[in-house]
Design a protein around this ligand. Structure first.
Ligand SMILES: Nc1ncnc2c1ncn2[C@@H]1O[C@H](COP(=O)(O)OP(=O)(O)OP(=O)(O)O)[C@@H](O)[C@H]1O
Ligand SMILES: [Mg+2]
Length: 229
């Protein structure tokens, strides 16, 4: 479904060039659960931004469902992202002035989905996340766990083919973090591909596949297959 071929990312500042990612090859199949494990500064967020077409690589190519992403116009890339990809970050990044329901609904407005269908879809997600009683609340009235669940619901509302999650439990205590990983795991069980970026070795058993990132290099070209307990 998604293939990154020989991806590199460099930043130039005057005469100095910093290489943040070097020759990354990754393939993600439909429905897969891949974890990218790497310490702080190893390039996880940079890689997520490129794989999720939020940023362009300096070198290399990216293919998604048969399309060459780097050759699309900005407008085409944005449209594809809004239809196909969900993002979950460390912080929930909800819009303070909108209710829980309105936050979840927002991506559907960009797709010009009719009001009735939007309301139906939001209700289903609120139910799945056990947030129906919170639908009219504002983000500041929610716990950190609830906020992150709303962020996941907002990512899922478009029925994406893939969810990118960047340290999604980074702002949570371990019990809440574990619940978020359960929610994401269930989403993956239902067929959405999940690419989770983390520095936490303790959670790698949850994924089917693992790659390790260190100083912008993938340590293991051969992916480790994990068995579910
Ligand atoms: N815009 C930029 N210009 C220059 N260097 C950058 C830029 N963005 C990131 N970097 C550098 O790239 C490296 C990788 O950063 P990145 O944020 O991708 O790492 P990370 O693995 O996500 O780290 P963390 O776990 O702390 O989030 C770091 O050394 C960082 O300083
Ligand atoms: Mg990061």
């Amino acid at each position: 479904m998604l293939q990154a071929i020989e991806i590199s990312k460099e930043y130039r500042k005057g005469q100095i060039t910093t290489t943040v990612l070097s020759n990354i090859n990754i393939e993600i199949n439909a429905g897969e659960y891949l974890m990218v494990l790497g310490p702080s500064g190893s390039g996880k967020t940079t890689l997520l931004n490129i794989l999720g077409f939020l940023d362009k690589p300096t070198k290399g190519s990216l293919h998604f469902k048969g399309q060459d992403i780097c050759h699309l116009s900005d407008k085409e890339r944005l449209a594809l992202r809004r239809q196909e990809i969900g993002y979950v970050f460390k912080e929930a990044n909800l819009i303070d002035e909108l209710t829980v329901s309105e936050n979840i609904e927002l991506p559907l407005l960009y797709q010009k989905i009719k009001k009735r269908a939007r309301t139906e879809r939001v209700k289903i997600l609120l139910g799945e996340m056990n947030l129906l009683h919170r639908k009219k609340n504002y983000p500041h009235e929610l716990s950190a766990l609830e906020q992150q669940k709303v962020a996941i619901a907002r990512a899922m509302v478009i029925r994406p083919s893939v969810i990118f999650a960047d340290e999604p439990t980074g702002d949570l205590n371990s019990a809440d973090g574990s619940e978020i990983l359960d929610v994401l795991g269930k989403i993956n069980d239902n067929g959405t591909a999940l690419i989770l970026f983390t520095h936490a070795k303790s959670i790698i058993g949850r994924a089917q596949k693992l790659v390790q990132l260190f100083d912008g290099h993938l340590l293991l070209d051969n992916v480790i297959k994990q068995e579910w307990n």
